[in-house]
Design a protein around this ligand. Structure first.
Ligand code: PRT
Ligand code: ZN
Length: 286
């Protein structure tokens, strides 16, 4: 029987959408049965096991799933024996300490003798120990941010993304402890056949991720300007230059990154480029 890689994904929540989108972009079609716990892929030796994010590190460590997509924060908190094989660049956030806005923050020692509410006691304990701070940890799951307001704690240690939840609860971020993003984790002892499927899966993810933030650009240029124009277009290798039917003109093709987009376009126009076309790239194989 052919081996299948069992991949744990979050059933619903912030990681689910990004994970499913990544699967689609990697060309992996899932058979989504109604309320199914396990969903096989139609066209790739993989099946998805849907779980709560908190359970993903342990499930992968124990081998009930071979790999999984989960927030790095959960991996660090749970300390299970898993490998982080790929950082995936979505669901970015940070774990921070926050205190009531009216408090004046005097530095890390402010936390001495204070009560901190969190769902991440492991990461917090480590930070407190490293900084030799003696604080009390109050573990709660969900709505951590309301604890100072209702007198349950002096401070919180929680996930922050835009920071608006803190503002709403009249809190201010005073220490950023870790930053996190979605990661692909894997069991440390995968059999060779599953390892091969995982490598192919990673190869596909990399092709998709590489293409993100990159655009394909085509333009027409007078031949005497090709040298200057090419110098603005690093591309994957050098740009492709093809003669146009109209003599003295060529078509130039290359790849540019979103970040440099406007700066490069300006330079190209000043150098005499015309008919500039910019097209999204779906995948990029090196
Ligand atoms: O049901 P299940 O247990 O699977 O899901 P969950 O409710 O535990 O997790 P979920 O779906 O909320 O988050 C899953 C993962 O997404 C987290 O472990 C993080 O790795 C990542 N992530 C990214 C976030 C956020 N951004 C985020 N903003 N997780 C939570 N938040 C919450 C945060 O707790 C706070 O209440 O959003 C609020 C802060 O957001 P801002 O934008 O107001 O700062
Ligand atoms: Zn959870």
């Amino acid at each position: 029987m052919q081996q299948v890689l069992r991949l744990a994904l979050q059933t619903k929540g912030r990681l689910n959408e990004g994970s499913i989108k990544l699967m689609e972009e990697a060309g992996i079609e899932l058979v989504i049965g109604r309320r199914n716990l396990v969903s096989p892929a139609r066209n790739f030796p993989l099946e998805v096991l849907y779980l709560r994010d908190d359970d993903i590190p342990q499930t992968v460590a124990y081998g009930a799933a071979d790999a999984g997509i989960v927030g790095e924060n959960e991996v660090l908190e749970k300390k299970e024996e898993v490998m982080i094989v790929k950082r995936l660049g979505f669901s970015k956030c940070r774990l921070s300490l926050a205190i009531p806005q009216q408090e004046s923050y005097t530095g890390k020692t402010w936390f001495n003798g204070k009560k901190i509410a969190t769902s991440y006691p492991g990461i917090l304990t480590e930070w407190l120990n490293q900084n030799q701070i003696d604080a009390e940890i109050h573990v709660i799951n969900g709505s951590v941010e309301i604890s100072p307001g209702i007198g349950l704690a002096d401070a919180i240690f929680d996930i922050v993304s835009s920071g608006s939840t803190l503002v709403t609860n009249r809190l201010k971020e005073v220490e950023r402890i870790i930053s996190s993003e979605a990661v692909l984790i894997a069991n440390k002892e995968l059999p060779a056949e599953k390892k091969e499927i995982l490598d192919e899966f990673i190869f596909r993810l990399e092709s998709v991720m590489r293409a993100e933030g990159q655009k394909y650009i085509l333009l027409n240029a007078p031949n005497e300007k090709i040298g200057e124009i090419s110098s603005y277009l690093p591309g994957m290798k050098s740009p492709t230059v093809m003669p146009l039917a109209e003599s003295g003109w060529s078509s130039v093709h290359s790849v540019i990154s979103d970040r440099d987009f406007w700066e490069i376009i300006g330079k190209l126009k000043r150098a005499g480029a015309e008919g500039i076309l910019v097209i999204p790239i779906e995948k990029m194989i090196l």
